[in-house]
Write a protein that binds this ligand. Structure first.
Ligand code: FAD
Ligand code: NAP
Length: 544
């Protein structure tokens, strides 16, 4: 018979056991693979997802023209060779519909949906120090407890809707590229405004222009784009890649951005004008992001960078017939400082009679009215306004949840002056909480799929290690975090990438602290650091 004492002990241990081992927030590529990996290790896992299905980025960003700009055969999972052998990509850069089909295929293949709760936006997550568990609450009021808590909420998942007065007064339709209607939008015969000229705008503008009666693009900062040169994949090339996938993936891990291509290991200043032009032209004809690999110092040396920028500006001038429009479209900043864009017919679109460009660099949009918008004192009338205004990147989705760590300290308070993490995986004072591709990791400066996979493997290994050792608490040490943040700041300062008003430094969000958020030391250096940390018994993490 149980005594009072043993009963009490039983009650405490029953209460102490969380209902789940791991709660994961987000069912994009990160959350999906986490679920598969952790469930495979025997853990009780629940994924909570705000959307109604898997796919994350590719669930939300359904705007016309949405597609990846890392080649499909590389922008895909590699954890399962059967999966990468079975799946057939059809284009060099897969469209959003093809990528979402892939996500569905993965969900079906690994039977993921049974442990994902959809339409469940997490509003709060509080650490219970006494019980060493996390309590997670959704907006609907559902509650979960778990030993481990992982924010797989994405770097580019909090849509940035600028605070322009009058939005509610507009009589027409308003869209954001990152929250696109699932049934699509028919712009036929409509007068359309697009605000923004980043990657999402550049992909959607050429297609919207083909449908709309008129399209007006409101540009605050001109951006550089390199032609995608998208094409259907040749089945023979696909077969060849599949036959050598192992080697290709292994080589890609050794590249700074996790993308396999052949960089030229020479300075743009070390060659004469003709050779420089030829090398840029070669990359331009190949198309895509690897243009920045034409020389080894384009993101390190202003003079070299200027050669690349001049080359692209000349291409813009050659493409756009109206000289005034061409000049407006020519960016003046460092090429590659803001995320380079990859386009199909973006600049050509401005030769269409139904497309116009409005420079709002000096005259921000003042107000949205019932019939359109006003800038520079002039009213423009529209049926639809498309906000291609990007995201509260890297920290947005983390800080939109009321996360409280040890002693009830909020993440918002800890990160008031910018995000601080150890390896972009954990932040001191928030035990047992991981982030996938968090600030301080290479993340958005790389092909995201391998970076996601590496973080998932690291996190799964941590959970496995702690369970095997009978440990229930893991957290980053303050000193290790400070050293990592200082190192991140130092390497960011060595490149030209930290020198402009990009979303990498939070400059697109008014009031956001200006800190270069991703780790720019390159994937190989980061991987080496992670391996070293593990080899030294999780150096910089405190386990108890
Ligand atoms: P996401 O795909 O963003 O998924 C996060 C999920 O978390 C979302 O489904 C979201 O609904 C959910 N979520 C967020 N907050 C909550 C909450 N509080 N409660 C519940 N659920 C929540 N990267 C590349 O490497 N190559 C590319 O070509 C490329 N193209 C891109 C194109 C676009 C249009 C965009 C926006 C991004 C692109 N990226 C690309 C980056 C892309 O985000 C990553 O490649 C990858 O898809 C991220 O996966 P994830 O699972 O980490 O995050
Ligand atoms: P973005 O790069 O941040 O571009 C947003 C655009 O909106 C910028 O031109 C910005 O101007 C403008 N803008 C923002 N607020 C504004 C305001 N208040 N008034 C006027 N203009 C405003 O966002 P994105 O295009 O959605 O892309 C975000 C990232 O997602 C990309 O960099 C990339 O990493 C990823 N992505 C990839 C692809 C792909 O090709 N695979 C496609 C889409 C997105 P400023 O420059 O002046 O701030």
């Amino acid at each position: 018979m149980a005594t009072d004492k043993t009963l009490k002990k039983k009650q405490v241990s029953a209460e102490a056991a969380p209902e789940l081992d791991v709660v994961v927030v987000g069912a994009g590529f990160a959350g999906m693979f986490l679920l598969h990996r952790l469930r495979g290790l025997g853990y009780r896992v629940k994924v909570l997802e705000a959307g109604s299905d898997v796919g994350g980025t590719w669930y939300w960003n359904r705007y016309p023209g949405a597609r990846c700009d890392v080649e499909s055969m590389q922008y895909s999972y590699q954890f399962s060779d059967d999966l990468q052998q079975d799946w057939d990509w059809t284009e060099r850069y897969a469209t959003q519909p093809e990528i979402i089909r892939y996500a569905h295929h993965v969900a079906d293949r690994f039977d993921l949906r049974r442990d994902i709760r959809f339409d469940s936006r997490v509003s709060a997550a509080h650490h219970d120090d006494a019980r060493r568990i996390w309590r997670i609450t959704t907006e609907k009021g559902d509650q979960f407890t778990a030993r481990w808590f992982v924010m797989a909420t994405g770097c580019l998942s909090s849509a940035n809707m600028p605070d322009i007065p009058g939005v509610d007064d507009f009589a027409g339709a308003i869209y954001h590229t990152g929250q696109w209607p699932h049934d699509g939008v028919d712009f036929t015969g409509k007068r359309v405004a697009v605000i923004g000229t980043g990657s999402s705008a550049m992909q959607s503008i050429p297609i919207i222009a083909e449908q709309a009666a008129s399209l007006t693009v409101f540009q605050r900062t001109a951006n550089y784009a390199i032609p995608a040169r998208n094409r259907p994949l040749d089945p023979a090339d696909v077969a060849d890649t599949k036959a050598h996938y192992g080697e290709i993936r292994a080589e890609a891990w050794r590249m700074p951005a996790g993308i396999l291509f052949k960089p030229n290991d020479v300075s743009a200043k070390a060659v004469d004008d003709a050779e420089r032009e030829a090398r840029f032209e070669h990359r331009w004809q190949k198309g895509g992001l690897t243009f920045l690999g034409a020389f080894n110092d384009l993101l390190l040396d202003e003079e070299s960078n200027r050669y690349a920028a001049d080359f692209v500006r000349n291409k813009i001038r050659q493409t756009v017939k109206d000289p005034a429009t061409a000049e407006l479209l020519c960016p003046t900043n460092i090429i590659g400082c803001k995320r380079l864009c990859v386009d199909t017919d973006y600049y050509q679109t401005f030769n269409r009679a139904n497309v116009s460009l409005v420079d709002i660099s000096a005259t921000p949009i003042e107000v949205i009215t019932a019939t359109g918008l006003r800038t520079g004192g002039k009213d423009h009338a529209f049926d639809c306004i498309v906000f291609a205004t990007g995201f509260d990147a890297m920290t947005g989705s983390l800080l939109r949840v009321d996360i409280r760590g040890s002693g009830g300290r909020t993440l918002a308070d800890k990160w008031a002056e910018g995000p601080k993490t150890y390896l972009g995986l954990m932040t001191a004072g928030f035990p047992n909480m991981f982030m996938v591709t968090g600030p301080g990791s290479p993340s958005v400066l790389t092909n995201m799929l391998p970076s996601i996979e590496q973080h998932v493997e690291f996190i799964a290994d941590c959970v496995k290690h702690a369970s095997a050792e009978g440990l229930t608490r893991m957290e980053a040490e303050e000193s290790a975090e400070e050293a990592w943040v200082a190192h991140g700041d130092q390497v960011a300062g060595l490149t030209l990438r930290s020198t402009c008003s990009s979303w990498y430094i939070g400059a697109n969000i008014p009031g956001k602290p200006r800190v270069f958020m991703p780790y720019i030391g390159g994937l190989p250096a980061y991987l080496e650091k992670c391996s070293d940390v593990v080899a030294k018994g999780y150096d910089g993490f405190r386990l108890s």
